[in-house]
Design a protein around this ligand. Structure first.
Ligand SMILES: Cc1cc2nc3c(=O)[nH]c(=O)nc-3n(C[C@H](O)[C@H](O)[C@H](O)COP(=O)(O)O)c2cc1C
Length: 139
């Protein structure tokens, strides 16, 4: 069964550019091996990640991520069966948080700063739909 899982977490300590690069490199390598695709964004000290793939693989990955000490306060925001992937060509894409995406983040935020924890499930889904088409990717 194909599913998507969306969660948020907060960065633990000071997360540098190298850490983010490490996360992305490991994600691309490991996800490709198990057929997981998705997108990751980091803004306002909060990670928001959508994972899609086989239910068992997505669950296993999420449980592995919970053990990563680079983030804390994980919360599943959305989990559902899907008929097709959004990020089929991205084993893990990282969204740029630069100016070009700021408007998109703000459009779906109920607060002034980007706060995925406070977003409704329909807003999250709309956000990721728009991400696929309109976002600048870092890698
Ligand atoms: C916010 C966040 C998102 C991550 N996303 C993934 C991911 O999608 N896939 C993955 O394999 N590792 C991801 N990681 C890294 C894993 O926790 C772990 O460090 C990595 O998978 C270890 O890979 P390795 O054993 O091949 O070195 C993520 C880490 C963080 C903090």
């Amino acid at each position: 069964m194909l599913v998507q899982l969306t969660y948020a977490s907060r960065t633990a300590g000071i997360l540098g550019a190298i850490d983010v690069k490490d996360i992305l490199t490991a994600s691309k390598r490991n996800n490709a091996l198990v057929g997981v695709t998705g997108a990751l964004c980091l803004s306002n000290g909060i990670f928001l990640q959508q994972l899609e793939g086989d239910k068992t693989e997505v669950n296993a990955l999420y449980h592995r991520l919970l053990r990563d000490e680079r983030h804390r306060d994980p919360a599943i925001l959305d989990f559902s069966e899907i008929t097709q992937r959004r990020f089929g060509s991205w084993s893990m894409g990282l969204l740029s948080t630069l100016e070009e995406n700021r408007q998109l983040f703000q459009k779906y935020s109920v607060t002034r700063d980007f706060d995925p924890y406070a977003m409704s499930i329909p807003s999250l889904r709309a956000f990721f739909s728009e991400v696929v088409d309109n976002v600048r990717w870092l890698g």
